[in-house]
Design a protein around this ligand. Structure first.
Ligand SMILES: [Zn+2]
Length: 332
């Protein structure tokens, strides 16, 4: 069996079983954290269903023209929908266009595929407009939705899909996959497995674009400054970064990973450090906070993360967060 994915073997087996047993569902919902490989799993599944070389194996060859076109999302029977540039949401017009395309006969494959990426970003009206197609899909259509969590979607959507819940990939599996499938040297692969928290797509993005690691280093340092800073400094920072929503998302991911590390260390859990290159800084904070403070900080971060998903006011959300964080004297 090989779909050349890092981790998620059980999900590959399940989907491959649906192909081999002729028990395909009309709609799938793949959920899991950002960067865990939801879209890749969806693409491999579509390749397995369209590859002319795979025969009855349920495996795509990954090298034929069909596999390559599906991978580039340029296959004529595949209709991807996601948040368009300069937009925050998947809009109702995009869903209407998708429904129209899916209603036509397949051009090349035996079926047509709707791929709805990061559907947690679909407006309620866009989600509602998909309901009828989910209830009575044309016979030759398979819909695949991805979302960080099913709770971000309407119940009427999730109840009509088979959910496939992906988790972070164990660090040793991530590291091995980076080495074997992407030829990344062992030491770098192990480092990337840690700092990505077992999210293969984030690890690969960091490998390809060193700027991501540089930004992560800067965000880590900025957090140390903020923890040492007074409320004036913290509010000025909140005001400044709230102008850049992309930075806020990276900031929260990095800062949450810091506090998760502190929590794991303070509870003496065996979970390895995500910020493996910043152990000294983690220990420095750990010496100045108790367990309750750590847990409260993480609750604050998770709330901020959730509010951002609901398109809350960035500046207010960040100011609330800043107010709640403890003060830590600087180590530098
Ligand atoms: Zn192929």
């Amino acid at each position: 069996m090989t779909w050349d994915l890092i981790g998620h073997d059980w999900a590959v087996q399940l989907l491959r079983g649906h192909i081999l047993n002729n028990s395909l569902r009309h709609a799938y919902l793949i959920t899991g954290p950002r960067g865990v490989g939801k879209a890749n799993l969806a693409i491999r599944f579509i390749q397995a269903l369209t590859c002319p070389e795979g025969g009855s194996s349920g495996n795509p060859c990954l090298v034929c023209q069909t596999c390559k076109r599906v991978d580039r999302l340029e296959y004529p029977d595949l209709f991807p929908v996601g948040v368009e540039e300069e937009s925050k949401q998947i809009k109702i017009d995009q869903i209407r266009e998708l429904i129209h395309n899916l209603s036509l006969s397949p051009y090349e494959a035996g079926r047509r595929f709707g791929l709805l990426l990061d559907f947690e970003n679909a407006s309620p009206s866009a989600q509602n407009s998909l309901l009828k197609t989910l209830e009575e899909p044309p016979g030759s259509v398979i819909l695949i939705l991805t979302s960080i969590t099913s709770s971000a979607l309407l119940d009427t959507i999730t109840s009509r899909c088979e959910e496939i819940k992906l988790n972070s990939v164990p660090l040793d599996v991530t590291s091995r996959g980076l080495q074997e499938l992407h030829n990344i040297p062992p030491q770098e692969a192990q480092f990337l497995a840690h700092v990505s928290g077992g999210k293969p797509e984030i690890a690969l993005a960091m490998h390809v674009d060193p700027d991501i690691l540089e930004r992560r280093r800067n965000l880590f340092n900025e957090h140390l400054e903020i923890l040492a800073g007074n409320s004036v400094r913290r509010f000025a920072y909140a005001n400044q970064v709230s102008k850049d929503p992309h930075k806020v998302r990276e900031l929260l991911d990095t800062w949450i990973s810091i506090w998760q590390d502190i929590l794991h260390q303070s509870s003496q859990s065996q979970i390895p450090l995500q910020n493996i290159d910043r152990e000294e800084d983690i220990q420095h904070i750990l010496r100045q906070v108790d367990f309750a403070t750590t847990r409260n900080s993480l609750i604050l971060f998770r709330r901020a993360h959730q509010l951002l998903g609901e398109n809350a006011n960035l500046k207010l959300t960040l100011e609330d967060l800043m107010l709640g964080l403890p003060t830590i004297s600087t180590s530098l």
